[in-house]
Design a protein around this ligand. Structure first.
Ligand code: HEM
Length: 309
């Protein structure tokens, strides 16, 4: 059952981040009007509605699995008394309800409303609520006493930065997959979105580093440093930082080499097609690395942190 809890945590991270970060990407990175706008292309609405539906299902299953771990079995977990106590006595209960409701509302809105700015604003806001609620599913809200609010605020900012980055990578990857060397308008919009993201990307890395250090201060601490190499928690965290470093290298290559190469090839369909293929590979690697980071934190959040050992 513990493995199911970890996998469902991972799915909840990924689905929340695509919903929140993808809808936001439709607002700040794609043209508001025209054939390359998120409203004109069919896939953004489908991807967002799909992530909301997956989030709703994973949240319900995740809450049941986590309750089963606490109650000792799935049948005990589904007993009304157990569910009632999880929903009232444990932080993960109300947080899961908030996440499930946000996902259900986002799904309803995306299916009922016409694709466009109001739909993206609503689903990114609901995605933000779902993303913040994840802090009560791991260690972010577990610190007691002085510092508890600092840790919680830093963890929510960490989750928000991760959501904006990962939502953008997934949408960039889909744009790269659909990009066609002969579609000048589409290629232009793709290039502008990439070029426009460079400033945002640097800010996200700065927030992730700063809030990651705050998280590490509470969950590792100076006394826990030796445990980084000798405990499962420590090794998983180090592995996460290694994968994060790989993401930085890929992001830098996109920004300083592959995006300028696309700009220089926009008036030559063959060279543009080759530039798109290179970006597609790099973005696929970056997405894979991002999903690996989420798998590691899905597991980390279930282990005793070094500061408690
Ligand atoms: C691509 C970059 C990164 C992503 C996507 C990312 C994502 C996440 C996520 C989703 C969580 C779980 C938060 C929760 O459930 O409450 C987390 C926790 C954490 N992150 Fe990051 N993070 C990144 C970079 C970093 C960096 C650079 C550091 C260190 C400087 C860091 C240190 C931590 C720590 C210590 C935790 C707490 C783990 C636990 O639950 O015990 N992260 N991260």
């Amino acid at each position: 059952m513990e493995a199911a809890v970890v996998v469902l945590r991972w799915v909840q991270y990924a689905a929340s981040f695509v919903l929140a970060g993808g809808a936001l990407f439709a607002l700040y990175a794609l043209p508001a009007r025209g054939p390359s706008s998120a409203a004109a292309m069919a896939w953004p609405r489908r991807v967002l509605a799909g992530s909301a539906a997956i989030l709703l299902l994973a949240t319900a299953l995740g809450l049941s699995a986590q309750t089963a771990v606490v109650a000792g079995s799935l049948s005990a977990a589904l007993a009304p008394a157990t569910l009632a106590s999880v929903l009232t006595d444990m932080a993960m209960g109300p947080a899961s309800v908030a996440r499930g409701l946000s996902a259900a509302l986002a799904l309803g809105l995306l299916l009922a409303k016409r694709p466009g700015t109001p739909a993206w604003v609503a689903s990114s806001s609901l995605g933000a609520v779902a993303t913040a609620s994840l802090a009560w599913m791991g260690h972010g809200a577990a610190t007691e006493g002085a510092g508890s609010l600092i840790h919680l605020a830093a963890d929510i900012a960490h989750l928000a930065a991760a959501a904006v980055w990962i939502g953008a990578i997934v949408f960039f990857l889909i744009l790269a997959r659909l990009a066609d060397g002969t579609d000048a308008d589409g290629l232009g919009a793709f290039h502008d979105a990439l070029a426009g993201f460079s400033g945002i990307g640097s800010a996200l890395v700065a927030v992730l580093l700063a809030t990651g250090l705050v998280n590490s201060g509470f969950l590792v601490g100076m006394a826990g440093l030796p445990g980084l190499f000798t405990t499962l928690y420590g090794r998983l965290l180090l592995l996460k930082l290694l994968v994060f470093a790989a993401m930085l290298v890929l992001a830098a290559a996109n920004r300083f080499r592959l995006t300028p190469a696309l700009r220089g090839a926009l008036d030559d369909p063959d060279r543009a097609a080759a530039a798109v293929v290179a970006l597609r590979k790099s973005l696929a690697l970056e997405t894979g690395a991002a999903l690996a980071v989420l798998a590691l934190v899905a597991w980390l959040g279930r282990l005793a942190p070094l500061s408690s050992l």
